[in-house]
Write a new protein. Structure first.
Length: 360
């Protein structure tokens, strides 16, 4: 056989082998991630309260660490940098709380007081639509749906009342975690360099350098996502408050805060927040509800086209189908926490796949 043909066949065989090798790496990485997720889901269900505490602590560390590092770069000792960073954050939180708390409490109380009136108003609107659309079956169905919704609301209220003791305990635990998490984060931030050195010392063997590279990439991805997502949620919340206030929607500040918080969850969060604001506006006027939906679409467009691309690290960018799939899997495995963890875990998994492919 001529040498040229032999060389071509050898080259073609090597390309085929490399292609199958890369495919195998991707498949085994995905399988490994799935096994890890199922094991993690089982473990989290057993230690969910403790895991929630450490997750909250980790978020605080990731958010505060850049500020501490900046202050330390200004020749401020690490301990003083952490103390000063905490002082700045607490100062701004208290400042915001002093200005917003009275308004939020007042609007929340008004919403609870007016809730029976809103239900009555919704019933009246349905009766008006029934009279305007006489002979059509849809209004009757709508009335039945409204009645079912009210019955469901009543059942949910009764269930909440029956679970009030356990909910009270959970609230106490939540407040305890809110106090304990910043304390744990303080000590982690203070000794972060020592912790990193200790962890580096525990990693040995011929894969030490590669493992450290993977950990650094994961650290950058998770930190960039958390800080970016929180900043985007803050901007979206402010824009939502401004838009709802201009439109004259009741409880604009409370609804805007809810929209901002829900924006942390990609895709599903903005939809739920926007529909909630539109529902409150609908009780006042269907036309107002329409303009609220338009305003929320504009706010989310600003987020999608300007805020998220410019604030969140490019390393976290993922295909929308992958994001939705990750959110569904995360919710099925971990519940609400899964919705928060799905995207950073998916981004880390993507980084691992690309890292192994680059090594081949």
């Amino acid at each position: 056989m001529p040498n040229g043909v032999t060389g071509f066949m050898r080259h073609s065989g090597e390309e085929t082998y490399q292609g199958w090798k890369k495919t195998g790496v991707i498949i085994w990485t995905i399988l490994g991630c799935l096994i890890f997720l199922f094991a993690l889901a089982f473990a989290i269900r057993k230690i969910q309260p403790i895991f929630l505490l450490f997750m909250l602590t980790g978020v605080i560390v990731y958010v505060m660490e850049p500020l501490v590092r900046y202050l330390e770069g200004r020749k401020i000792p690490r301990l003083l940098a952490v103390v000063f960073a905490y002082f700045l954050v607490i100062f701004f939180v208290v400042l915001i709380f002093v200005y917003l708390a009275p308004i939020v409490v007042q609007q929340g109380r008004e919403f609870i007081d007016n809730l029976p009136g809103y239900v009555k108003r919704a019933t009246e609107l349905m009766e008006v639509y029934q009279k305007e659309l006489v002979g059509v079956r849809v209004p009757r169905m709508a009335g039945e749906l409204l009645e079912e919704a009210l019955n469901s609301l009543k059942n949910v209220t009764l269930k909440l009342l029956s679970r009030l003791p356990s909910m009270t305990i959970n609230v106490v635990y939540g407040l305890f975690y809110l106090v304990l998490a910043p304390v744990l984060a303080f000590y982690i931030l203070k000794d972060l360099k020592k912790i990193k050195l200790t962890m580096n010392g525990l990693i040995r063997g011929r894969h030490r350098e590669e493992t450290l590279i993977i950990l650094r990439k994961s650290h950058v991805i998770v930190g960039g996502f958390l800080r970016g997502r929180l900043l985007v949620a803050l901007c979206v919340g402010i824009l939502a408050i401004i838009a709802l206030t201009i439109l004259g929607v009741d409880f604009a500040i409370v609804l805007g805060i809810i929209v901002g918080i829900l924006n942390v969850i990609p895709y599903f969060g903005p939809i739920v927040g926007g529909l909630l604001a539109a529902l409150v506006a609908f009780i006042k006027s269907p036309i107002l509800a329409f303009w609220v939906i338009v305003a929320m679409v504009i706010v989310q467009s600003i987020d999608a086209m300007i805020l998220s691309p410019s604030i969140i690290s490019q390393q976290v960018n993922l295909h929308p189908v992958m994001v939705v799939f990750a959110l569904l899997v995360g919710a099925a495995l971990f519940g609400f926490m899964g919705l928060l963890l799905a995207i950073p875990l998916l981004a880390v998994g993507k980084a691992l796949v690309y890292h192994f492919l680059e090594k081949m």
